[in-house]
Design a protein around this ligand. Structure first.
Ligand code: BGC
Length: 887
């Protein structure tokens, strides 16, 4: 039976708030092997019965099932469309129609009529108070409302209500963007929330990233001094007529009970300041003030249809601890990002005060030092006797523990729940193995991601930083894109990468940028610093990664000028193709750094030039993909020159790299910058440098992600596994053995003697080193993309047997469907389970096989690197004998 199991529009199921249909994709299922689509038919209609079809592809003989763009389809603003898809396959099967829908937003920003309104004055610039804004809206009760959609956004953070009900589960809307250049608005279907005539629309606004203190020099008001809100309600009546209501100075406002709320420091909520029924028609309060308009350029508004921050899961208290110092501490057993919701009974004037933190010190006492100045404290003041359920509104915390500073009664585990918040992405990749430590490492990698994907990719969620560090994002993006469906998340952020580039094409260290021109008091950075190798290169590596993972050229087209500007910037500042510039982070926090230094021992000239070559190559490949032949030639020539210069400059006359660091060897190998005749030397040197550390890595942000790759790509899979499985310091498993539930910033975040790395920079939830997840999924599990057919249209399934595993595998939910690879081994006999989705194919490579004993219908050819078979869709169970013993 042939089925279509999922239709996505712009990578989302039934999106609300898109301005064009960029991409229609569907997944198909059939129990028949080797299923390939031969034709499709798509129809778009304004009604779910498809009686008024407004766009029709007609039956198209085509294999295309993932990035179809309905050319010529011109939607209207604020309209719901139904779409249906039917397909045919090479087995002469025909599917039923499968229906989905989407709703369009405002197609032109000129349609935005709403005013940005506030009750704040310029002198409130230092306030981080919440404010309530509201307006009563009477609608025409003579006509039935067919649909009502609300567009809303804020300068700051907001929650919006209609007649007392919160209309969405979104948190931290409108998200964090380079607000003066790019502000998102959200769209909600509010048809069910409206009364027949008398209604109140209301919003609660907080300071958030817009106005609160952000950045490590603790500046505030980065984007403006006053918070504001804007909304536009579009009502369509059953007779087809429409009415639009907007926020304007007819609205009124008042301070809310949130007397303080900021991203780093937490929130104070004084319930004695509550305004009864503040967001309902029956409100009797008479202290409302008229709102004022805040000027804002509405032409930079963009609809956000997906990947909004939401409550994702809830974790109970694992235990309540009394520390040796006598503190009461809640332990949730998992480092995470979100907030604590509590249910407390108290009397008027009682307080609840909880301070969130990550780790206990060696004695088991509360450890706050690594939070630096971030207070991470939530305070609730009772306004009357009773029981309340509360969580903060406009702040999030990075924590495993909470210090109960004040509580009106004896804390009971049942009173508290940790709410995990992050951008709403579907989980895509799984991993499972017979090694519990590696399973825990995988868990930690995933939780490192969950903790740092709150609207922008951050470095850490707990201390006074939480910034969109470009390097961290670059290092982790391939791992992230295996773990979850990141397309919408990253493409939103890439818009800000481009928006925040300097006029010359330089890329800020953090995006959204709030460091350039604001770092004069920082100990490391100067005011004009930007454009660091491995950090700024996210501008090219991330689009490339998304193109590989999704096979969608749109990301290349959209980021093309940004990528090109970055490469031109490097070229402009390079001297004879050797590039280096201002402050470089180098192999950040590697262990070969001088004592007390964050910068690794690998020379900056080498790191910068290696990345310059690498991204120039990725760029000309992408230029080729979208047919920019003019640029292909220019940038291929540039690449060749950088590569030659790299050879001349960084190798000595014996054909060895003069830089004697693990990272120098790793990136030269992984970026393909080693002349073939020197490869043997560089691999030898890498093994030697590894041996000198007794088999340990001493690499930082630059070398670590590629270490295992550099080994396994050069015939040393055994050593790659040994590195992955190393248990003592420094290693991935060392953290696991120390009880980590996320990935640490430093290999020695927590030392063997119980002491910690300097509190000035010691995050226990920093995803960067979790980038080894990429090697685990691509090499150990063996689900690899074929660059020629990206998006897993054709995969290379090439698991590498090794380590001490008896079982290892994983699956990935690609745009075509689920791909999986899992091997089990008994003595030298391996059973490999592989699944390939419909409309996709794979090459299955058994590099470790001596003999294939059961090919399950596939035809394996023997060649130099083992056995290879071409497979179509389906599930396969292959048995082979290993060519080596696992001792
Ligand atoms: C961040 C890092 C970041 C680095 C660059 C740190 O403070 O937490 O992850 O990439 O600075 O210097």
């Amino acid at each position: 039976m042939l089925n279509i199991t999922g239709i996505k529009i712009n990578y989302q199921k039934e999106p609300i708030g898109i301005t064009q249909v960029d991409q229609i994709g569907w997944i198909m299922e059939s129990e028949k092997r080797n299923t390939i689509q031969t034709a499709f038919w798509i129809q778009i209609s304004k009604d779910d019965q498809f009686s008024h079809i407004i766009w029709d592809s007609s039956k198209q003989e085509s294999k295309e099932s993932v990035h179809y763009r309905p050319e010529g389809f011109k939607p209207d603003s604020t309209s719901k469309y139904y779409i249906r898809v039917k397909i045919w396959t090479n087995h002469d099967e025909e599917s039923e129609w499968k229906t989905s829908c989407f709703v369009t937003a405002l197609l032109s920003t000129a349609e935005w009529k709403a005013q940005f309104i506030t009750i704040e004055e310029d002198q409130d610039a230092d306030e981080s108070r919440g404010s309530y804004l509201r307006n009563r809206i009477f609608i025409n009760s003579d006509k039935a409302v067919k649909s009502a959609y609300l567009y809303s956004t804020a300068l700051g953070l907001y929650h919006v209500f209609i007649n007392g009900k919160k209309i969405s589960q979104d948190e931290f809307a409108p998200g964090w963007t380079s607000y003066q250049k790019h502000l998102l608005y959200q769209m909600y279907d509010v048809t069910e929330y409206l009364n027949a005539s008398d209604n109140v629309i209301a919003a609660h606004i907080g300071a958030g990233w817009y106005k609160g203190t952000m950045g490590f020099v603790r500046m505030r008001n980065h984007y403006g001094k006053r918070t504001a809100f804007a909304c536009q309600l579009v009502i369509e009546y059953s007779d087809g007529s429409r009415e639009v209501r907007i926020s304007d100075t007819d609205w009124s406002g008042a301070w809310s009970p949130v007397t303080f709320s900021e991203i780093y420091d937490g929130e104070v909520y004084d319930a004695s300041l509550e305004i009864a029924d503040w967001n309902m028609t029956q409100c009797q309060y008479n202290g409302w003030n008229a709102c004022k308009e805040v000027a804002f350029d509405r032409s930079i508004l963009h609809a956000q249809s997906g990947c909004k921050v939401k409550e994702i899961e809830r974790l109970p208290v694992k235990q309540i601890i009394q520390t040796p110092k006598g503190d009461t501490v809640l332990d949730f057993g998992q480092n995470m990002t979100g907030w604590i919701e509590f249910n407390a009974t108290g009397k008027k004037g009682d307080r609840v005060e909880l301070q969130c933190f990550e780790v206990l010190d060696a004695q088991g006492n509360v450890y706050l030092d690594n939070l630096r100045t971030a207070k991470q404290t939530v305070t609730y003041l009772f306004g009357q006797d009773g029981t309340v359920t509360f969580h903060p509104n406009f702040t999030f915390q990075g924590f495993q523990y909470a210090l109960v500073k004040e509580y009106p009664c004896k804390p009971d585990p049942k009173d508290f729940v940790a709410v995990v918040l992050h951008s709403d992405m579907n989980e895509a990749g799984t991993f499972v193995s017979s090694n519990q430590d590696v399973n825990q490492l995988w868990h930690n990698i995933k939780w490192g991601m969950k903790g740092n994907f709150l609207d922008v990719p951050t470095d850490c969620p707990q201390r006074d930083e939480r910034l969109g560090w470009t390097g961290d994002a670059q290092i982790f993006c391939r791992t992230a894109s295996y773990l979850m469906d990141t397309y919408t998340f990253y493409t939103k952020w890439l818009r800000d990468v481009a928006a925040d580039q300097t006029e010359e094409g330089g890329v800020p260290h953090v995006v959204p940028d709030l460091l350039i021109g604001k770092s004069q008091h920082d100990r490391l950075m100067k005011d004009g610093d930007h454009s660091a190798a491995a950090w700024a290169d996210v501008a090219v590596i991330l689009p490339w990664t998304l193109y590989q993972v999704y096979g969608d050229k749109t990301v290349i087209v959209n980021q093309y000028e940004s990528m090109k500007a970055w490469i031109d910037f490097m070229q402009e500042h390079a001297v004879d193709y050797i590039w280096n510039y201002k402050l470089q982070f180098g192999d950040w926090v590697s262990l070969d750094a001088e004592e007390g230094s964050y910068f690794g021992a690998t020379p900056n000239d080498l790191t910068c030039t290696a990345y310059f070559a690498y991204v120039t190559k990725l760029f000309y490949k992408m230029a080729e993909v979208i047919g920019r032949q003019d640029d292909v030639k220019i940038y291929r020539d540039l690449y060749e020159k950088i590569r030659q210069t790299y050879h001349k400059t960084f190798f000595d006359h014996t054909g060895r790299l003069t830089a004697r660091t693990q990272t120098a060897q790793i990136i030269s190998l992984y970026f393909d910058l080693v002349p073939e005749e020197y490869r043997k030397n560089v691999v030898e040197d890498l093994l030697l440098l590894l041996e000198q550390e007794n088999g340990h890595l001493v690499t930082g942000f630059v070398g670590t992600p590629y270490f295992c790759h550099a080994l396994s790509q050069n015939g040393h899979t055994k050593e790659a596994y040994e590195l992955l499985l190393k248990e003592d310091f420094p290693s991935w498993i060392y953290q696991v053995k120390k009880g980590a539930t996320t990935i640490w910033e430093h290999w020695d975040g927590l030392k063997d003697d119980g002491t910690m790395w300097s509190p000035d920079m010691n995050s226990f939830n920093h995803y960067a080193y979790g980038a080894v997840g990429e090697w685990i999924s691509r090499v150990a599990v063996g689900i690899e993309i074929d660059e020629e057919f990206p998006g897993y249209e054709h995969s290379i399934i090439c698991p590498h047997i090794g380590g001490n595993f008896t079982r290892l595998g994983g699956s990935y939910q690609s745009v075509y469907g689920t791909i999986s690879s899992e091997w089990e081994i008994e003595e030298q006999n391996v059973t490999l389970h592989v699944s390939i989705p419909c409309n996709a194919t794979a090459t299955i490579r058994l590099t470790d096989a001596e003999e294939v004993r059961d090919a399950d219908g596939l035809i394996f050819q023997k060649n130099d690197s083992g056995f290879t078979a071409e497979a179509g869709s389906g599930d396969y169970q292959i048995k082979f004998r290993l060519s080596f013993g696992l001792g």
